[in-house]
Write a protein that binds this ligand. Structure first.
Ligand SMILES: Cc1cc2nc3c(=O)[nH]c(=O)nc-3n(C[C@H](O)[C@H](O)[C@H](O)COP(=O)(O)O)c2cc1C
Length: 191
């Protein structure tokens, strides 16, 4: 199973990007992990550009196309999803459900903030947007609050509960990808 990791923060020392790196270490054995660094190169969504969206969008769609599952790690800006991440979801939802790059894709959402609530609103809104784009969204969340205290510069997470829950979410995501592969290959055999 190939898992693509997308951090919604563009900041160099982002807690969310550190959380994504930590997640890469906690995936079940035999899973390939590919953190994706192309978010900043995705231009603002414009329906007029859909005929020729350019390399940033093509890279996003290619990365999603090659992945069996996607882990999103999101900060929270003003109670919601960072614009650059929502923008990427909008591009990936097109040309239309069910043809967009996210359609049918198993995805999970976690997130960190320096506040007390661990980006729960952003996570809820991202799950909603991913669901509307047709993704198979894991109905779980992982709020990581006070990230400046809990997440170290080396990506270590100073909470056993959070590490355990992250590991459980990743296992469920991989299971969802395996289940989808089974269904797809059964259908291919029937056809
Ligand atoms: C524009 C802006 C808005 C923010 N709004 C929220 C918010 O609504 N809730 C929250 O918990 N933290 C908020 N924060 C604080 C972020 O949690 C904090 O900057 C965090 O480090 C961002 O994630 P990153 O480290 O992955 O870049 C906001 C930060 C910025 C820059």
């Amino acid at each position: 199973v190939r898992v693509l990791g997308i951090s919604g923060s563009l900041r160099r020392d982002s807690y969310n990007t550190r959380l994504l790196r930590a997640a890469g270490e906690l995936l079940p054995p035999g899973t390939d992990f590919e953190p994706w660094g192309g978010l900043k190169a995705v231009p603002p969504f414009d329906e007029d550009d859909e005929a020729a969206p350019g390399p940033g969008v093509e890279a996003l769609r290619a990365a999603l196309g090659e992945a069996d599952a996607v882990l999103f790690v999101t900060p929270e800006y003003n109670g919601s999803i960072p614009g650059q991440l929502k923008n990427a979801v909008d591009w990936a939802s097109r040309p239309s459900v069910p043809e967009g790059a996210l359609f049918g894709k198993p995805v999970a959402v976690v997130g960190a903030s320096t506040g007390m609530f661990g980006a729960v609103w952003a996570q809820a809104e991202l799950r909603k947007a991913l669901g509307l784009a047709g993704a198979r969204v894991l109905d779980r969340e992982l709020p990581v609050p006070v990230a400046d205290e809990l997440i170290g510069a080396d990506g270590s997470i100073d909470s056993i509960e959070i590490v355990d829950e992250l590991e459980a979410i990743l296992a469920a995501l991989v299971e969802s990808a395996e289940e989808r592969e089974r269904v797809v290959s059964e259908r291919a055999l029937e056809a």
